[in-house]
Design a protein around this ligand. Structure first.
Ligand SMILES: NC(=O)C1=CN([C@@H]2O[C@H](COP(=O)(O)OP(=O)(O)OC[C@H]3O[C@@H](n4cnc5c(N)ncnc54)[C@H](OP(=O)(O)O)[C@@H]3O)[C@@H](O)[C@H]2O)C=CC1
Ligand SMILES: CC(C)(CO)C(=O)C(=O)O
Length: 334
């Protein structure tokens, strides 16, 4: 293939981060996003920020901005970065416009986005991808990467080469379903973080919040075992050991989990950002998946179910929970 052309479908935090890096490296990228978001980029351009490098600014004239999926018609790769609840509709928008041979890559959380895209886009290759780090819209037109990490995708040399040229670290994985199950275990913290109202680093530094996550992960691991799912190991700690590590006292945890705490002070979960902006969250694709999988195997997942209910309540009536309050609430649900 000659130099691949890209489109980003869902130009929010992750879409602007991935697409922005590709534009900075000289790739042709069409950003498809909501009118208000595209107006901001049209006015201010796009700034890619981290706490480890000076920000990179892409002026508006370097951005191809659109609000309809037909702008993806010229793309060899379409990176899908909408929230999970929007995947089916986004795929429907895309179906009429995808070029023959175009590859669609889901860089979303949750377990079923690649399957949803495959069902809606027969005849196209759909690859699963995974973003392990946090990106948040830190100012209008600015997306901030708050921690290091390596993207993962199903093997695709052209895609990996482009992402690497764009300065992004990427690993090809033949076991993406297991990777997605492992990522779901991490994402069970999204709800805890969102309800804490704290930056990720502060929230993870507090044992009562970590114990909430540990409760959720234990239920998820039990459901995985019942379903015969073995989540991939993504970091220094095996998934089965993580709940134990999360329960350690703060000082010990800080030493044992130093590598996982390389998070800067701005980083927040994507669910926190949803609640802040008054948007529906992805809770049904995170805690909801655990509850459904457990139920399918005759089990309960009460801590996950309670957290899901609390997040749904916070979608209409925002409130924050202290660690001890939240832990007591989840314990009482069991
Ligand atoms: N942010 C993060 O740190 C991380 C996020 N992820 C995952 O990546 C995915 C994307 O997350 P994130 O970037 O935070 O989400 P955002 O909400 O920031 O971005 C998605 C954007 O796509 C827009 N959108 C939805 N449907 C369409 C459509 N059909 N056409 C055009 N635009 C559309 C949304 O608008 P609207 O809100 O109006 O629907 C929103 O502006 C999620 O699955 C998330 O869980 C994974 C790792 C980290
Ligand atoms: C990176 C992580 C786990 C936490 O920010 C995430 O996936 C999210 O916020 O959705």
């Amino acid at each position: 293939m000659t130099t691949p052309r890209f489109a980003v479908l869902g130009a929010g935090s992750i879409g602007c981060h991935l697409g922005g890096h590709l534009v900075a490296a000289g790739y042709d990228v069409a950003f498809v996003g909501r009118p208000a978001a595209m107006d901001v980029l049209r006015e201010r351009g796009l700034t890619l920020s981290t706490s480890v490098r000076p920000p990179a600014h892409l002026p508006p004239d370097r951005l191809t901005l659109a609000t309809a999926a037909e702008a993806a018609a010229g793309a060899d790769y379409v990176l899908v970065t909408v929230k999970t609840a929007a995947t089916r509709a986004a795929a429907g928008d895309l179906a009429a416009h995808l070029a023959p041979g175009a590859v669609v890559v889901s860089f979303q959380n949750g377990l079923h986005n690649p399957a949803t895209l495959r069902a809606a886009l027969p005849g196209h290759t759909v690859r699963a991808g995974m973003v392990p780090y946090n990106v948040v819209g830190s100012a209008p037109g600015t997306v901030h990467q708050g921690m290091p990490g390596r993207l993962m995708t199903e093997p695709d040399d052209t895609l990996a080469t482009a992402l690497r040229k764009a300065g992004l670290s990427v690993e090809a994985r033949a076991d993406m379903p297991e990777v997605q199950h492992a990522k779901l275990l991490m994402n069970l913290n999204n709800a805890v973080n969102a309800l804490s109202g704290l930056p990720l680093r502060d929230q993870l530094g507090l044992r009562p919040y970590r114990r909430c996550l540990a409760l959720c992960q234990r239920e998820a691991l039990a459901a995985y075992r019942a379903a015969g799912v073995t989540p991939a190991r993504l970091g220094p700690t095996a998934p089965g050991v993580t709940p134990y590590v999360l329960g350690l006292p703060d000082g010990v945890f800080r030493r044992v989990a130093a590598a996982s705490l390389r998070i800067d002070a701005h980083a927040r979960s994507s669910m926190w950002e949803d609640l802040q902006r008054g948007r529906a969250t992805e809770i049904d694709s995170l805690q909801g998946e655990v509850v459904a999988l457990a139920a399918a195997h005759g089990r309960g997942a009460p801590a996950n179910a309670r957290l899901a209910a609390l997040v749904h309540a916070a979608e209409s009536a925002p409130r924050t929970w202290s660690g001890p309050e939240l832990y007591a609430e989840l314990r009482a649900a069991r």
